[in-house]
Write a protein that binds this ligand. Structure first.
Ligand SMILES: NC(=O)c1ccc[n+]([C@@H]2O[C@H](COP(=O)([O-])OP(=O)(O)OC[C@H]3O[C@@H](n4cnc5c(N)ncnc54)[C@H](OP(=O)(O)O)[C@@H]3O)[C@@H](O)[C@H]2O)c1
Length: 441
């Protein structure tokens, strides 16, 4: 016969007190029968068990006495029950006090009774919240620091013929920076407009800079070094970029090479050239990525270059920390209507570029549908390019720049969230749904 280590542990749930076995009151009770009834005087066989309630009734009537018919073992049982009763009462009082304080505003009693996994989950949630809130809070604190003085500092921007680069060059010039505006065509409309809008001031210098040409990059560096203002070289903005649309097999290898050269290697080439200057002046490097780095909707060729540049930046950002150089990534959503990045493409244009093998697989109707789909996305693009330029300016001038600036509509951010955090199968389901309007006949 095993001895039951019985206890009466009150657990408070919803303000009621329940009893559970605990080790606090040790009772020798026949385990096989359980405590069921109070034996009547002289009638109970040895080892017959009693209920706590029945004993309590007996003790109320005959305080200090042993229940009738008790054998020596019964006497021990009764004494044990008395101890257990006292323990129960004490615990119940303590728990009730806890519940009352919980009811009157304190949650101590409730938490004490909550299951451990729930508490751990809550703790984890709080930790996550803290982690999410920490970066913006830290930024908020650092924002109090003195803002940057642009006068006497130089910034080089690539791809200033049009779009964000063009707008940024004018904005930084207005703020007082010395701007080196790299243009693909320094004699073209964009470059001329830039000089006209800057009022011909000496602080905005247009230079020829094709980021795919090493000698252009070298020449740009020499020019910057020869005309460096008193506070030195502050920022490099890798903005130049190209875009197109088409299923993977539709585009020839040369197009892939060109995209890698402009969007990825062009930024790397320019960064490597200016890195010593940036380290020397503890400057900033800004890269133009895109939300398209997270997913692709018929423009995988563009996506891949943006995803690659994100990883290049991630490595660079960590490595440059020790030199005080900050690296920021701008991730615009769809701003196709505010720049020249991607004019609408006609189905005829796409079809005429397809190889005979591709034409044998796809038909004109399919290409037409894909073009319509892509062009409809472009037509939804935001027209306020200044939102993106605001982020670029913040990255260059804020005392606490962000590592990433996502400038996009809520639904674009939601898509990024799904693609970045959910399993690939979820991402594929969402994107397939978006593409499902287009059928291969
Ligand atoms: N607009 C958007 O919706 C959007 C969204 C996400 C990210 N972005 C990124 O933002 C950046 C700026 O694009 P944007 O929208 O302002 O388009 P954009 O108006 O076409 O500007 C891109 C600039 O890069 C220039 N460029 C092209 N190839 C070059 C080369 N090899 N070397 C130097 N410059 C070159 C272009 O010159 P030409 O005009 O002479 O070709 C143009 O001035 C790009 O990196 C783009 O990927 C744009």
């Amino acid at each position: 016969m095993a001895a039951l280590i019985c206890a009466l542990r009150p657990v408070c749930r919803g303000g009621t007190v329940q009893t559970q076995p605990s080790r606090e009151a040790e009772l020798s009770i026949p385990l096989d029968r359980g405590i069921t009834q109070l034996p009547s005087a002289g009638a109970a066989p040895a080892g017959h068990s009693v209920t706590l309630a029945a004993c309590a009734v007996f003790w109320k009537r005959h305080p200090g006495q042993t229940p009738p018919g008790s054998t020596p073992s019964r006497a021990r049982l009764a004494a044990g029950l008395r101890r257990a009763g006292r323990a129960l009462a004490a615990r119940a009082l303590a728990m009730l006090a806890g519940c009352q304080s919980a009811g009157s505003g304190g949650a101590g009693g409730m938490w004490a009774a909550a299951p451990l996994p729930l508490l751990l989950l809550l703790l984890l949630g709080l930790l996550l919240l803290l982690l999410l809130l920490l970066p913006p809070l830290a930024r908020l604190c650092r924002r109090g620091a003195a803002r940057l003085e642009p006068a006497g500092r130089a910034v080089l921007i690539t791809g200033c013929d049009s779009g964000f680069g063009h707008l940024l060059a004018l904005r930084l010039h207005r703020l007082g920076f010395t701007v080196f505006a790299g243009c693909l065509c320094p004699g073209g409309d964009g470059a001329r407009r830039l000089q006209r809008e800057a009022g011909g001031a000496g602080r905005l210098r247009v230079l020829r800079l094709d980021v795919t040409r090493a000698r252009d990059v070298r020449a740009a560096k020499e020019l910057v070094l020869s005309q460096l203002p008193e506070r030195g070289f502050w920022g490099l903005v890798n903005n130049a970029g190209i875009s197109t649309f088409g299923e993977t097999g539709w585009l020839p290898m040369e197009t892939y090479e060109k995209f890698a050269d402009v969007n990825l290697l062009g930024s790397i080439r320019t960064t490597l050239a200016f890195l010593p200057l940036l380290r020397k002046y503890k400057g900033r490097i800004v890269f133009m990525s895109s939300i398209i780095a997270y997913f692709t909707l018929g423009n995988g060729i563009y996506s891949m270059t943006k995803a690659a540049i994100e990883k290049f930046c991630d490595a660079l950002r960590l490595e440059m920390k020790k030199f005080g150089v900050q690296v920021c990534i701008i991730q615009p959503g769809n701003y196709a209507r505010s720049t020249k990045i991607q004019p609408p493409l006609s189905a005829e244009e796409i079809w005429s570029e397809l190889s005979e093998e591709e034409k044998a697989v796809y038909n004109k109707e399919y290409v037409q549908e894909r073009a319509d789909f892509f062009n409809s996305i472009l037509s939804e693009g935001s027209t306020n390019g200044n939102e993106v330029v605001d982020a670029m300016v913040d990255a260059l001038t804020s005392p606490a720049p962000k590592a990433r600036y996502m400038v996009a509509k809520l639904k674009e951010k939601a898509l990024v969230f799904v693609c970045a955090l959910f399993p690939t199968v979820v991402m594929d389901a969402v994107l397939s749904y978006a593409l499902s309007k287009v059928k291969l006949a």
